[in-house]
Design a protein around this ligand. Structure first.
Ligand code: ACO
Length: 378
């Protein structure tokens, strides 16, 4: 047996859910190319597709949507916890993880019901918490709005326009699933022990939170804000590269061509700005992108460093008025559909995930009574 650090290249499972080809920039979600499905489906259709392996008929979609809507309201205990977390200024992603765990209070340990509760309540948790830490009273879910529009409504109290609703929906659809990423693997490992769905999603949120996984779009926005003006783009990024630093929103462990998710989000932004005269930030960001690609080819020739999903995620969520602290929690809301789909797939497989390790320690330890042990040097 060979030790492969980070399990890179190790195939951990078979899946019907998504396929990522980094050489040709292809992402297939449940048999649909990303660019075919993400800009067209509602989020509810996307969830149905990933959980049932086919798009719903109109009547199935209506029933599914209605059923999810009914689960949007939070249990009292969840709100109590969020108020306590807000009083201690806990980060939004930590509050989301802790509050998600409280959903066990009303769970019947039935996967289908837990799946709907999780998807329906994650936006309510995030929006409720966001308002609490900003000293505003939470806004109740609006049953007349679909899942994505209701999220923006609960954050701001304003009904989003159709272009904004389409943009947030396309974003959430785009990030629903992406092969065997760290948080998805976490969800599968937890489910593989026959544990429950809520535990799997709580664990996955914990895995997503790390800066090597779901934490990148915040720094992209920070970089754009530091660059501030088009003429500063070239000198700012050149200086970073000369110091050996990385440009946020570029490069990817798997994609060696432009990330297909960046293309879909780029198009979503185009539509968002179609009837908007204030395109300045968008045009500026496009200039930064073009400059970055040129500089990366100059400083890292042949490494094929291209725009990744986080660059346009930052732009899109910022354009929708979301604060960077909401970027990773919003990512979690979309990816939760994939986490649940993988957990259901793992449940059907019913096989514990249990890799091996290579012991590198000694084997000849001899017991020494505590009073005779040497103090450790610190
Ligand atoms: N800016 C400058 N140089 C870079 C960048 C970048 N964004 N990305 C990679 N490089 C360089 C590396 O320094 C390395 O140089 P070297 O060969 O001279 O040592 C070379 O390109 C290859 O880089 P790797 O580290 O092998 O690339 P890897 O595939 O492991 O890393 C990663 C991918 C972590 C995403 C990297 O590109 C990066 O740090 N990007 C910036 C952060 C970012 O945008 N993260 C979001 C990624 S998308 C997502 O996770 C959903």
């Amino acid at each position: 047996m060979t030790y492969i650090p980070g399990l890179k290249g190790v195939i951990a499972t078979e899946t019907h859910l998504s396929s990522v080809d980094g050489e040709i920039g292809e992402l297939i979600i449940a048999s649909y190319p990303l660019e075919e499905i993400a800009p067209r489906a509602t989020f509810e259709e996307m969830a149905y597709l990933l959980w049932h392996h086919s798009l719903p008929s109109q009547s199935s979609l209506n029933a599914f949507t209605e059923s999810i809507q009914k689960h949007r309201t939070l249990p009292n205990a969840t709100i109590v916890l969020l108020r306590e977390a807000a009083s201690q200024n806990v980060s939004v992603i930590d509050a989301l993880r802790m509050a998600t765990a409280t959903l066990s209070l009303t769970s019947t340990n039935d996967d289908a019901s837990d799946a709907q509760t999780l998807i329906a309540t994650l936006p309510t948790i995030v929006a409720t918490y966001w308002r609490l830490i900003n000293n505003q009273e939470p806004i109740a879910p609006n049953p007349n709005l679909n899942h994505a529009a209701n999220y923006l409504y609960m954050l701001t109290g304003k009904n989003p326009n159709p272009a904004q609703t389409r943009a947030i929906t396309t974003y959430l659809n785009t990030i629903t699933d992406h092969g065997m990423n760290a948080s998805t693997f976490t969800a599968r490992v937890i489910t593989s022990t026959r544990s429950d769905l809520i535990s799997a999603i709580v664990g996955a949120i914990g895995a997503l939170k790390g800066p090597l996984h779901g934490g990148a779009p915040g720094p992209v926005l920070q970089m754009l804000q530091e660059i501030h003006s088009a003429e500063n783009a070239e000198p700012y990024m050149r200086a970073k590269l000369e110091k050996g630093e990385r440009l946020m929103g570029f490069g990817h462990a798997i994609y060696k061509v432009r990330d297909p998710r960046a293309d879909v989000l780029y198009d979503a932004l185009e539509s968002l700005f179609a009837d908007n005269s204030d395109r300045d930030f968008y045009t500026f960001a496009q200039h930064v992108e073009k400059t970055a690609i040129t500089l990366l080819e100059e400083f890292k020739p042949g490494r094929r460093l291209q725009t990744n999903v986080e660059f346009y995620t930052a732009l899109l969520l910022h354009s929708l008025g979301l604060h960077p602290d909401l970027f990773t929690p919003t990512f979690a809301m979309g990816r939760a559909v994939g986490w649940i789909a993988h957990s259901l797939e793992q449940r059907a497989l019913d096989r514990i995930i249990r890799p091996e390790s290579v012991y590198t320690g000694h084997k000849n330890g001899q017991w020494i009574p505590v009073e005779k042990r040497e103090p450790l040097l610190t």
